[in-house]
Design a protein around this ligand. Structure first.
Ligand code: HEM
Length: 201
């Protein structure tokens, strides 16, 4: 059973897989310059919306952007809005895997509740994409994604893609003498994420 946190990483992985085939030039750029993977993952986290909002209880009277907020009020941070702040991100709706600086807030606002799993999530995403890029070519969407109806996170439950797959075959029958080889072929893959809620049609 995946935890909410691992589901968020899969959400970023899957939502960005949805974005990648739709942005073949960015995907080709990443293949040509794999050293961009860390900044690509940052941009994926900014651009995809793994967490939509979190609410916080105000513990003391304060002021935010000129708006007085009394203790006891609740404030809600909408991460998609923060990650598309035109004062911070030039062309915020653009998807640029080499965006620098990229001070996205996908993991929170650097306060004491900053995501405890941020390093792990970034590592998971980099590892996922390193393996995907090494094994799958010509990735393209093969039908509409099935989205999860959720106000909390942007989740994709089904993502049909078409791609060429490279599998390295190691036959146990020939032991160490066996040369690994590449087998190429077309594959249609259906990525599925488990999670609560309903997939949209
Ligand atoms: C793409 C993946 C992930 C995203 C986008 C994400 C996002 C977030 C966000 C926005 C918060 C709230 C931060 C705040 O209020 O300032 C949070 C908190 C948290 N996250 Fe993550 N997270 C992810 C993965 C993970 C993973 C893999 C783990 C653990 C292995 C994890 C553990 C936590 C914990 C424990 C908190 C609460 C921290 C606290 O309140 O002190 N998260 N996360």
């Amino acid at each position: 059973m995946p935890t909410a946190a691992t589901r968020r990483s899969s959400a970023a992985s899957n939502s960005s897989s949805q974005g990648a085939p739709a942005r073949p030039r960015q995907l080709a750029r990443l293949r040509a310059a794999p050293e961009l993977l860390p900044s690509a993952v940052k941009e994926i986290l900014r651009w995809v919306l793994p967490v939509v909002h979190f609410a916080r209880l105000v513990t003391q009277d304060t002021e935010l952007g000129g708006v007085p907020i009394p203790a006891g009020d609740r404030v809600v941070l909408f991460y998609p809005s923060a990650n598309r702040d035109t004062d911070v991100f030039p062309e915020p709706d653009g998807f640029d895997i080499a965006r620098v600086p990229n001070d996205h807030l996908a993991f929170g606002g650097f306060g004491e509740h900053y995501c405890l799993g941020a390093h792990l999530a970034r590592l998971q995403l980099q590892t996922n994409f390193r393996h995907i890029l090494a094994r799958l070519d010509d990735i393209e969407l093969d039908g509409p994604p099935g989205r999860l109806r959720s106000g909390f996170g942007d989740r994709i439950k089904r993502l049909p893609i078409r791609c060429s797959a490279r599998w390295t075959v190691l036959s146990p029958s020939c032991g160490d003498r066996c040369e690994p080889g590449d087998v190429r072929g077309q594959a249609t893959i259906l990525l599925c994420v488990t999670g609560q809620g309903e997939a949209s049609p």
